[in-house]
Design a protein. Structure first.
Length: 375
């Protein structure tokens, strides 16, 4: 016969029995006639509960606890046991703190997110595995996400050395202090995927009020640079234009370099009564007046292509005048005009001096300090 300890009234009795099997301690609820087994403890010390076990001064199986209670429930769900640690709204379900301090917390919040927090409210500053109902990992700073990895494993936003780094709205990577204040740089795709420029990769810089393109690469591979471009060398590389070599060869030519930012205009003209005039803007298909504001230090070169009569040229404004020694000459003359750029960009770019002329022998830049040097 099992031993019985009875407590309570006749209608609702708490029972402690040794159970029908030796070595089993049973806690029953019900009547003295037997009741219902609520919990058993076997000889090995294993505890089995038919319902929930509440710790923290609250009724087991409920979710309404005191404001800072963190009760434990051991529950059977669908025949499978699990441990449930429950917290009230906006509070930690599982909470570890430092000697009772309210300054540092680690726990599971009410939304099921893992939180490593610094403020007493748990949801202020720290680390969580979910943010705004989305899966992923978030590091918060005073309630604002400073770094987040979404459920797909993408870096959505982050910071390094107090500078924003991340993929924002799944279309851009920001390298700067703030996306909101438009500082630093970002790498972005076209904002409207249905636009004709869809697929254009943009490196943009912040002006404090908007993002402006610094470099773009469109879906055909064409690159546009807004500022200056410095390089060790340059060339064009294309499929060989001869049909019999197109499949097996490429054609490469080097860029033509020089110590001046020169522009070249050239053409051919036939003299009438020993002379000819050429409007350089017209010959270059530019708007009237462009050549004069664009070029300085202009030189011209002329060559008689058809006979031995001497010719010469001179540029005034945007007009090239060619004259022959023989005033009856009808010679065909090739001409070339070279002018140095003087547009505003050349005055402002970092690789020219205050007069817009190329700094041919600049000092080498000072390399940035390494992390070891900074320390």
């Amino acid at each position: 016969m099992p031993s019985i300890i009875q407590a309570g009234n006749a209608a609702s009795t708490g029972l402690v029995t040794t159970g029908a099997t030796d070595g089993i301690l049973e806690l029953r609820s019900g009547t003295a006639a037997g009741g219902t087994v609520a919990m058993t403890i076997n000889a090995a010390g294993a505890v089995t509960a038919s319902g929930s076990v509440g710790i923290g001064g609250a009724t087991a199986g409920t979710t309404s606890y005191g404001a800072y209670a963190t009760p434990l429930r051991v529950t059977l769900a669908g025949g499978l046991p699990y441990v449930e640690i429950v917290g009230a709204s906006n509070q930690a379900g599982l909470l570890f703190n430092r000697n009772g301090s309210t300054g540092w917390f680690t726990g599971l919040n009410a939304a099921g997110s893992l939180r490593i927090a610094r403020l007493a409210t748990i949801d202020e500053t720290g680390l969580t595995n979910a943010k705004d109902g989305t899966n992923g990992l978030t590091i918060d700073e005073s309630g604002t996400a400073s770094a987040r990895i979404d459920g797909a494993g993408q870096l959505v936003q982050g910071r390094f050395n107090n500078e924003t780094v991340g993929i924002v709205a799944e279309s851009s990577i920001h390298l700067g202090y703030s996306n909101i204040n438009f500082y630093g740089y970002r790498i972005a795709n076209t904002s409207n995927p249905s636009a004709t420029a869809a697929g254009t990769l943009r490196i943009q810089r912040g002006t404090g009020g908007s993002w402006v393109d610094a470099l773009t690469i469109d879906n055909s591979g064409s690159i546009a640079v807004v500022g200056s471009l410095s390089k060790g060398s340059g060339s064009f590389r294309v499929d060989h234009p001869l049909p019999e070599l197109t499949a097996t060869r490429q054609l490469v030519h080097s860029f033509i370099e020089g110590p001046k930012a020169d522009l070249i205009y050239r053409g051919k003209v036939a003299l009438v009564d020993g002379q000819a005039t050429v409007n350089i803007d017209t010959a270059a298909t530019m708007t009237e007046g462009t050549f004069e504001v664009l070029c300085r230090d202009v030189q011209c070169f002329t060559t008689n292509e058809s006979d031995w009569i001497c010719v010469r040229g001179k540029v005034t404004g945007n007009i090239l005048t060619i004259e022959a020694e023989d005033i009856t000459a009808t010679s065909v003359v090739s001409w070339m005009v070279i002018g140095e750029r003087q547009d505003p960009h050349m005055m402002e770019t970092e690789w020219t001096d205050g007069n817009g002329r190329v700094i041919v022998e600049p000092l080498k830049p000072v390399p940035p300090q390494t992390l070891e040097e900074i320390k």
